[in-house]
Design a protein around this ligand. Structure first.
Ligand SMILES: Nc1nc2c(ncn2[C@@H]2O[C@H](COP(=O)(O)OP(=O)(O)OP(=O)(O)O)[C@@H](O)[C@H]2O)c(=O)[nH]1
Ligand SMILES: [Mg+2]
Length: 400
């Protein structure tokens, strides 16, 4: 990352849900940090058409979205909810994916890979694509800037009531984002959000509402590397967790709190009440708090960096935590007194999340062994076993 420059993010989304989340970036007036470095990919022509239409409807200038920001890959016309197929499609078209990334992004410091973990396309392709960018490209394919890119994955857990296959996919997808098959680290950081945690409206799927919350969290995270008063950037976010071997995170967010009324400590508590997956905050091993406040409040000294740190320490004491983490205070345009808080919680015990999916995973694995699970065709017993062992190893190391 060159000196004196803000992190240039690029978004790569694969699959329908991933594409829907990423397309919401287009519907905003400005995307500091991302600009138009956005690529949405899918194996299915109709799905990608829908995404393109959504993007077209959101933006006014008539850029040719389909030939720049959208890419159909593989020859399967959909992955049929099988992660094996999603990965195969990406293998088939890896060179097209790489070439498009070069053309559309030009250069970038960090990639945000967006996928839902319940499906086959995004869940199959994204862990593979990350691995290829990090380890798989030959000298001719890669460009110098790609060597230092940081790969962050934003992964969405299925609703708890969804079919077993979706949960099987999710468990495998989490493992594959965390670790490549041989057990090494894959993504530099894996950020999790669970649909059921963000939308408690029963079986009514409010994707837009969920996606809005995800975008807001990403915004706060990216903002911290952009106009921060302290020095924190995505490199700081990934270095310590990778060293600890605990690099999964979830955002906990509270927005629009009146800074003239509420103490910062109360705002931290409010954020901590809203983690994006079911979890026990006290099991976190690392926390990165980001406080975003109106420029005028910061300039007038109504909210200061030392105060953010003091609050972070007090908040830790209250939760009996003694953890690593760097806080940041970042300004937003305008006046007013609305303050937003993001606690990026990392290294927490994954059990409360996985409890929703392990039985289903087991069920599908058994069906596969009997040759009776179409969504798992092509996956070897050996791979499935390795994927599970990798996840167990990550958890053992992480949860002690
Ligand atoms: N948060 C959120 N979740 C979504 C959205 N769309 C789908 N999902 C979830 O994603 C999972 C299905 O994945 P899709 O994104 O449709 O699948 P895909 O990547 O296109 O893969 P295929 O199986 O090949 O269709 C389910 O668990 C859905 O609940 C969305 O817009 N937002
Ligand atoms: Mg799909």
């Amino acid at each position: 990352m060159s000196q004196g420059q803000f992190t240039r993010w690029a978004v790569i989304a694969s699959g329908e849900g991933g594409g829907r989340i990423a397309s919401q970036f287009f519907s905003r007036a400005e995307n500091p940090g991302i600009e138009d470095r956005i690529l949405v990919m899918n194996t299915n022509r109709n799905d990608i058409r829908n995404t393109v239409d959504r993007i077209d409807a959101a933006i006014t200038e008539d850029a040719d979205i389909e030939s720049t920001h959208a890419l159909e890959f593989g020859d399967l016309a959909g992955a049929g909810n099988s992660y094996h197929n999603g990965r195969k499609a990406a293998e088939q078209d890896l060179d097209r994916i790489i070439n498009r990334v070069k053309r559309v992004f030009g250069t970038a410091d960090a990639f945000l890979h967006v996928a839902t973990l319940g499906g086959g396309t995004g869940n199959g392709s994204i862990p593979y694509v990350i691995d290829q960018f990090k380890n798989g490209l030959s000298v001719g394919e890669s460009e110098p800037w790609m060597d230092s890119v940081i790969h962050v994955a934003m992964a969405v857990w299925p609703f708890y009531w969804e079919p077993d296959q979706r949960h099987f996919n999710a468990v495998c997808g989490l493992s594959r984002l965390l670790k490549v098959l041989d057990g090494g680290q894959n993504a530099d950081m894996v950020i999790l959000a669970a649909n059921s945690q963000l939308d408690d409206g029963g079986s009514r799927q409010n994707y837009d509402g969920v996606n809005e919350m995800i975008i807001e969290a990403i915004d706060l995270m990216i903002g911290a590397g952009r106009e921060t008063h302290g020095v924190i950037d995505i490199e700081d976010y990934v270095t310590i967790p990778s060293r600890y071997g605990s690099y999964h995170f979830t955002p906990a967010v509270a927005t629009g709190m009146d800074g003239n009324i509420y103490e910062l400590e109360y705002m931290f508590d409010k954020a901590a009440e809203n983690p994006f997956v079911p979890m026990d905050v006290a099991t976190s091993q690392i926390v990165f708090p980001v406080v975003r406040a109106p420029e005028s409040m910061i300039e007038n000294g109504e909210i200061t960096e030392p105060e953010v740190y003091r609050t972070f320490n007090e908040w830790q004491n209250k939760h009996d935590l003694s953890i690593a983490g760097q806080a940041s205070l970042t300004p937003k345009r305008g006046r007013g007194s609305d303050v937003d808080v993001l606690l990026l919680l990392g290294g927490f015990d994954l059990t409360p999340l996985l409890d929703h999916s392990m039985d289903q995973h087991q069920q599908v694995t058994e069906n596969l062994a009997r040759g009776a699970a179409p969504g798992g065709e092509g996956l070897s017993d050996r791979e499935l076993q390795q994927v599970m062992e990798n996840l167990e190893e990550y958890r053992d190391h992480n949860e002690g």
